[in-house]
Design a protein around this ligand. Structure first.
Ligand code: SAH
Ligand code: SF4
Ligand code: F3S
Length: 475
């Protein structure tokens, strides 16, 4: 038996990719290992979306220098977006790395590890450009149609990601993803359906369809075109699947057929992640996002009109090139008006290789980015808490995900009654006390308290009034 240590950062794509890599290595006799020092192979699945993510990976690699020196047989691999972006630079910065593999070449990892073990030296497998990333091997590498996908790598055994699209064609000027993940390609609907069936047969109840711009999904075959809304209709028919979600949406492609599917299909969660990035038209133009603030507001109005109970979430970048105080105020206004369930807020990080890095100066000082980040976060948190307050006294249905992080950190591993967490259809986290055997079940909760990012609930038990028997007739 060989031992595999794997560390994953980045988005859902990477979580799914790691799941596939672990599955392919299990077939070759590997077992997962949580301790770096005991592992034979150490893999890092990396992200390049912000510099900080890369620095984290390089410092994690730095810690392995002495381990590798003492144990030259250990194999260290870097995979994912940073491997694709940095290529030879990974070997230059961390000379004890043996393996560099881009997101399109992951299926080759088991063979490449064997090559290193056989003494053939360092191995690198990456796409040579966006064209190369459109070839058959890359597409196959992203196939998740594999019954041996490793459920232990998933957030839980009853929740799974299902890739419906690879790559991105939008080329926002700040973003590295189109160059690390290649051109946008939709997977054939039949493959997606078959994979969902297998997941359902394995006991999976919630599937999250993933793509960088998931609602841009189109698959043409002859005369017919399949859209995301069509996929949702088809996947809804699968018994066993109780919930369907999809991320991440592109504002321009939020079409009415999709909103109608969210409204009409009971299994589809009314949860929509649609990043706005900025509330200022000058900034949006510089970002090349392809829509105006007015377009975004129109989309929000349409969402709330067609799906009144929708929970919308967003991403924002603060301190993008040339962002003035007035631009930032416009972003705050948008956040105030849209009342997002929550927003992820990022400080702009210049990415070499993007149009932004080439053409625009990263001219907003760090402390200004930092202040805007905090201000926007504070505003969003206030809104999140107000939106959560609407749930006080309400009943919600959650899919129970397991013991809460508090229960886990307190080491509450024994006993049936623990603090559990679950998620509502609108993706809100609810904490409640219950039997750990409820994990994976749908449970009704009454909400009695809330914080900006958490609801607190209690299991609803149907009160049955006991039938009173006349005296003397009891058992
Ligand atoms: N495809 C998705 C997600 C892309 S990456 C989408 O289009 O929404 C996730 C988020 O990271 C983005 O929405 C953006 O807010 C942020 N991001 C991307 N590049 C960044 C950069 N260079 N600096 C800071 N944040 C960035
Ligand atoms: Fe990046 Fe824009 Fe594509 Fe999202 S849509 S992955 S932000 S280029
Ligand atoms: Fe990061 Fe690549 Fe995802 S850059 S956000 S891991 S697509």
């Amino acid at each position: 038996m060989k031992r595999l240590y794997i560390e994953t950062v980045g988005c859902q794509m990477n979580v799914l990719d790691s799941e596939m890599v672990v599955a392919s290595l299990r077939k070759r006799g590997y077992e997962l290992e949580r301790d770096e020092a005991s592992a034979d192979v150490l893999l890092f699945n990396t992200c390049s979306v912000r510099e900080q993510a890369e620095n984290k990976t390089y410092s994690a690699l730095g810690r392995l220098r002495s381990l590798k020196k003492a144990n030259p047989d250990k194999i260290i691999g870097v995979m994912g977006c940073m491997a694709q972006k940095d290529q030879q630079l990974v070997f230059d910065r961390a000379p004890y790395v043996d393996l560099v593999v881009g997101p399109g070449q992951l299926s080759r990892i088991p063979d490449l590890i064997d090559q290193v073990a056989a003494g053939h030296g360092k191995q690198m497998a990456v796409s040579l450009g966006r064209k190369d990333a459109a070839n058959e091997e890359v597409r196959r590498s992203h196939e998740t149609f594999d019954p041996l996908r490793d459920p232990t790598m998933r957030p839980t055994p009853f929740q799974a990601y299902l890739r419906i699209q690879i790559g991105c064609d939008k080329f926002c000027t700040y973003c590295i993803v189109p160059s690390t993940r290649g051109p946008e390609q939709g997977r054939p609907p039949q493959q997606i359906y078959d994979e969902a069936r297998i997941l359902a047969d394995q006991g999976c109840k919630e599937i999250t369809l993933i793509g960088q711009t998931v609602n841009s999904y189109r698959y043409k075959s002859g005369e017919s075109t399949t859209r995301l809304s069509d996929l949702l209709v088809n996947l809804s028919e699968i018994d066993g699947i109780k919930r369907l979600k999809f991320v991440t949406n592109y504002p321009k492609d939020m079409t009415n057929d999709l909103l109608a599917a969210v409204r009409d299909l009971p299994k589809v969660s009314p949860y929509l992640h649609v990043p706005a990035q900025s509330g200022s038209n000058t900034v949006l133009t510089r970002m090349k996002r392809g829509y105006s603030v007015e377009d975004y507001r129109e989309m929000m109005a349409r969402i709330y009109e067609m799906v009144p109970d929708a929970a919308v979430t967003s991403d924002f970048i603060v301190g993008f090139c040339g962002e003035t105080e007035a631009d930032f105020e416009a972003t705050k206004q948008l956040v105030s008006d849209c009342r997002f369930k929550n927003s992820f807020i990022f400080k702009y990080s210049e990415r070499p290789g993007t149009k932004g890095a080439e053409l625009l100066a990263d001219d907003i000082p760090f402390d200004v980015k930092h202040r805007r980040n905090n201000e926007l976060l504070e505003l969003q948190n206030r809104i999140s808490e107000q939106e959560n307050q609407k749930f006080l006294g309400q009943r919600v249905e959650v899919l129970v995900e397991g013991p809460s992080s508090r229960a886990v950190s307190r080491g509450e591993v024994e006993g049936d009654l623990v603090q559990l967490t679950g998620r509502t259809p609108c993706d809100r986290i609810v904490v409640f006390d219950g039997n750990r055997r409820l994990t994976g079940e749908l449970v009704q909760l009454a909400i009695y308290e809330c914080a900006p990012h958490t609801l607190f609930g209690a299991i609803v038990t149907e009160h049955v009034t006991p039938k009173l028997l006349p005296l003397g007739q009891g058992a």
